[in-house]
Design a protein around this ligand. Structure first.
Ligand code: AMP
Length: 381
């Protein structure tokens, strides 16, 4: 066990790193965050912050000297750095899992070869790969960059083959996948923790509502019935076991109906669709991340109350700082702002949760609060 007083390192200092640091600090750990951005959100809650690139030798040495265990808050950390660190310190999730999840071609190939259900996809490394498309492949489809895509970025809908070829060339022929467009009923995610001894704890499943490829709201529990929920837990657990994964893993699904599901994406870290756990569960996904990293027993993941989560995107700052009294005058609402100084459209600035009587009602009220916030007059500068 790694006990309070020890220093935990986190690679990446965005909001996920910030909420990890908040949990760790409240338990008495020290936190070293590392993010090239000197104003990264995690900095406010870190005992020290390194603001160099992830390949910087002196930062690697400094990290190794000062931290007892290391985790990541995003998947795009260079694997070579994670491997270097893992030779001398505990690094969770392990570099090989992060390597799978940071590259869509590797991720989808791993999933389909292991027998997990995924949408029909084709890796595209060069233009000639489009010629190998099977005759049954259907357009419209999504062209997705294999690396560095997130929140709907680095992906676009293409109506036909010539359009896909043109876009691939416009993107500079970087590796991509061409993926069938799935007609789904719902999007569901499973966030789980897998401890160092292989024990798995699942957080309650959430249903996710996206707007233009970006998560807008989540609600838990997902209203999909016990049989479907059990099926998703079982697939997610099997994915974690197959990767010999340790840490927090999020698995996003498309629900097609008749209890049929496809895996959309894996995230080797706490996930936006698991933010409801901060207020809605006995243990949050961030505390669980600390617990697994420090080899403490995992906490109870029971849902305290039905809960919905609304994302606060930079678009809300269009006319100035939103009027927070819209949210804060409702005592059921918990506000979480990430301390980002610059609001840009599409940037995640914060979120709120609403703990309500039942999930449908909590979601509806969250939707209304977001709308009210959009319509409210901004706070005077
Ligand atoms: P991703 O970054 O791949 O998770 O995509 C972001 C969002 O875009 C997903 O949550 C879906 O709402 C949508 N999306 C992604 N892939 C597909 C697909 N193959 N078919 C339909 N919608 C998709």
């Amino acid at each position: 066990m790694i006990l309070p007083g020890a220093t935990l390192g986190v690679l990446g200092g965005g909001q996920l790193g910030r909420m990890f640091a908040m949990s760790a600090r409240s338990m008495g750990y020290r936190v070293a965050s590392w993010d090239p951005d000197p104003n990264a959100p995690a900095r406010d809650f870190s005992t020290c912050h390194l603001s160099t690139g992830f390949e910087d030798e002196s930062a690697i040495a400094c990290f190794l000297e000062n931290v007892q265990a290391i985790t990541t808050e995003f998947e795009n950390v260079p694997i070579a750095t994670l491997e270097r660190l893992s030779r001398e310190r505990i690094v969770l999730p392990q570099p090989h899992s992060v390597g799978i999840c940071q590259d869509r071609i590797r991720e989808k190939t791993f999933l389909s070869r292991s027998g997990f259900p995924v949408p029909v996809f084709h890796p595209v490394l060069r233009t000639a790969d489009f010629e190998n498309l099977s005759g049954s492949f259907l357009f419209p489809a999504l062209l997705k960059k294999s690396r560095l895509g997130y929140d709907g970025k680095g992906q676009a809908l293409v109506q036909n083959l010539p359009e896909a070829v043109r876009l691939f060339s416009e993107w500079g022929e970087v590796p991509c996948i061409l993926e069938e467009r799935v007609t789904f009923l719902r999007e569901i995610s499973v966030v789980l923790g897998r401890g160092r001894g292989g024990e798995i704890r699942y957080f309650p499943l959430s249903e996710n509502i996206h707007h233009q490829g970006v998560l807008e709201m989540s609600v838990a529990p997902a209203n999909i019935g016990e049989r479907a929920s059990e099926k998703l837990r079982s697939i997610s657990g099997a994915i974690a076991e197959k990767m010999e994964y340790t840490g927090i893993l999020a698995v996003e699904y498309f629900m097609l109906g008749d209890d049929r599901f496809l895996v959309n994406e894996l995230a080797p870290r706490p996930h936006n669709s698991g933010h409801f756990t901060l207020d809605g569960c006995r243990t949050s996904q961030f505390e669980q991340q600390v617990r697994i990293l420090c080899d403490l027993p995992m906490g109870e993941t029971t849902l305290v109350s039905p809960v919905a989560m609304g994302n606060l995107m930079g678009d809300l700052w269009g006319k100035g700082e939103p009027d927070w009294s819209v949210l804060l005058s409702d005592p059921r609402v918990k506000l979480h702002l990430y301390g980002k100084s610059e609001a840009r459209p599409g940037r995640k600035m914060g979120h709120f949760t609403l703990l309500g009587g039942d999930a449908v009602q909590a979601l509806e009220e969250t939707r209304k609060l977001l709308q009210k916030l959009r319509e409210s007059r901004p706070l005077p500068a």
